[in-house]
Ligand binder design. Structure first.
Ligand code: ADP
Ligand code: TRP
Length: 321
């Protein structure tokens, strides 16, 4: 079984990305043949800074490797290192109805926000279909926002198979558990666009300051707080501390006698300890950029073997070869 997912190179990752996307993907490694790629072609629809793209792409590779992605068991590569995907995108584009693209939620959301649409943004789902179909993918683990794109990929694959004969594997989306939405420092969903993030690899002093700055209510430490379960620091503590420790803090907050300052201090300590092994691994990788570039090169070489075979099939089926 082939599992594939793409990651946009969007800079500093936060703990929402870790618990919502990285950890579930790393956990998948034991289930099958996993391919992960950094979607740098996709990032061109929203970012026109070449230096930032190169840096973000490398940083995302560092972050994923630091967080446990094993490049020996899986394939990790940069999308643009396998340019075959662009040819497949053209082929699939000729079978993609305009109406299908016009109905894409992410396109509609972006244009509604005032982003002036370019062809790349409009064609984004066709590139995503090419990413998926190029590797005979069976399962695509994604967040709910990407479900429609995987459904479009299925439609396009079925259309191609109908027009030119059985060529592509029709993939299935696997939607990640939405109960795992990590709250941000202001209580809304943690997101880069809300400026409420706690970075995975933030600097110690700045991160401590962010945590200690979480705004709480004005009840005194002694007061019992029957709503302790809803407290933001408690919710975050549950992610990074052992279950019994988090439960103990929750009970103490509920009963009264635990001050918010002490709670936030504990949150920082557990956050720092939780990510310590990943931080150490990342520091090793930063000191060895050639290794990281080698992983991406090797991943691309392996991905190209599969891509070449599938693209060859599609060319032959459609009379290009
Ligand atoms: P951001 O909202 O910070 O821009 P992205 O949209 O780039 O984050 O998300 C990258 C991945 O991380 C997505 O797969 C998404 O499901 C996951 N993710 C982002 N924020 C959270 C969060 N607060 N809780 C859980 N998962 C999240
Ligand atoms: N569009 C996805 C996102 O923004 C990233 C992506 C690109 C992807 N190609 C893909 C995800 C193929 C899964 C499969 O999160």
């Amino acid at each position: 079984m082939r599992i594939l997912t793409g990651i946009q190179p969007s800079g500093q990752l936060h703990i929402g990305n870790y618990f919502g996307a990285i950890k579930p993907a790393v956990d998948l490694q034991s289930r099958g043949d996993c391919t992960y790629f950094i979607a740098d072609y996709h990032s061109m629809t929203s970012l026109t800074d070449a230096v930032a793209r190169r840096k973000n792409t490398f940083d995302v590779a560092l972050d994923w490797l630091a967080c446990g992605l094993d490049p020996k068991k899986n394939v990790l590569f940069r999308q643009s290192d396998v340019p075959e995907v662009c040819e497949l995108m053209w082929i699939l584009g000729t079978l993609t109805p305009m109406g299908l693209l016009e109905r894409a939620h992410s396109y509609k959301d972006k244009t509604a926000k005032g982003i002036s649409p370019n062809f790349g943004l409009f064609a984004y789902p066709v590139l995503m279909a090419a990413d998926i179909l190029l590797y005979d993918t069976n399962i695509v683990p994604v967040g709910r926002d990407q479900k429609q794109h995987v459904e479009m990929t299925r439609d396009i694959a079925i259309k191609f198979n109908h027009a030119y004969g059985e060529t592509f594997v029709v993939p299935e989306p696997e939607i990640r558990d939405e109960t795992a939405i990590v709250p941000g420092l202001d209580g809304q969903k943690m997101s880069k666009s809300y400026g409420n993030t706690l970075e995975i690899f933030g600097e110690e002093k700045a991160t401590r300051k962010k945590i200690m700055g979480i705004v709480m209510d004005s009840r005194t430490p002694a007061e019992p707080k029957p709503d302790a379960k809803k407290n933001l620091a408690i919710q975050m503590l549950k992610l990074v501390a052992p279950a019994d420790v988090a439960a103990d803090y929750e009970n103490r907050l509920c009963a009264g006698g635990l001050g918010y300052g002490d709670l936030k201090k504990a949150l920082f300590e557990h956050y720092w300890t939780f990510f310590a092994p990943y931080r150490a691994k990342r520091a090793e990788l930063v000191a060895n950029p050639d290794y990281v570039h080698g992983v991406l090169r090797d991943g691309a070489a392996r991905a190209r073997v599969t891509a070449g075979g599938v693209l060859g099939r599609a060319r032959k089926a459609s009379g290009l070869a």
